[in-house]
Design a protein around this ligand. Structure first.
Ligand code: FE2
Ligand code: FE2
Length: 138
């Protein structure tokens, strides 16, 4: 499992809070599986996906407000993750009775998180950081 540490912080409170909360839910899913509470996975997976969608919307509107030049590209990246989110909901529903679904679910939630944060969000870290510094000075 990847350790969620300061290197994943974008230094933008609104976004970092969402990422930390998503990471917590991913860990809750993992714990439910390890502790033989896989019947909790359906609800946890639905919550994870619903927070992801909300987070993507909030992140996109923040990038637009900030005038981030690649906002459209980031929107498309988020869109490309919708299929994976549907898979996560289905795996959550199957987890109570299916060993393979439990194993896949554990991986998929962290992959999704890493796809969003490591692969893409860190690319606007500097931009967002500069913007919030400029706002603080104004
Ligand atoms: Fe993102
Ligand atoms: Fe994000």
């Amino acid at each position: 499992m990847i350790k969620f540490d300061d290197s994943f912080m974008l230094e933008c409170e609104e976004i970092d809070k969402d990422h930390a909360w998503l990471n917590q839910l991913a860990e809750d899913i993992s714990a439910a599986i390890d502790e033989d509470r896989a019947e909790d996975c359906a609800e946890l997976a639905r919550r994870f996906v619903s927070l992801c969608k909300k987070h993507f919307g909030a992140e996109e509107s923040l990038l637009k407000r900030a005038g981030y030049p690649d906002a459209q590209h980031h929107h498309e990246h988020h869109q490309s993750l919708y299929g994976k989110m549907e898979t996560i909901v289905k795996l959550g529903e199957a987890a109570a009775t299916n060993e393979l679904a439990r194993k896949s679910l554990k991986k998929e939630v962290f992959y999704l998180l890493m796809d969003d944060i490591i692969n893409e969000d860190l690319s606007f870290k500097e931009f967002v950081h500069k913007m919030s510094k400029a706002q603080a000075k104004a």
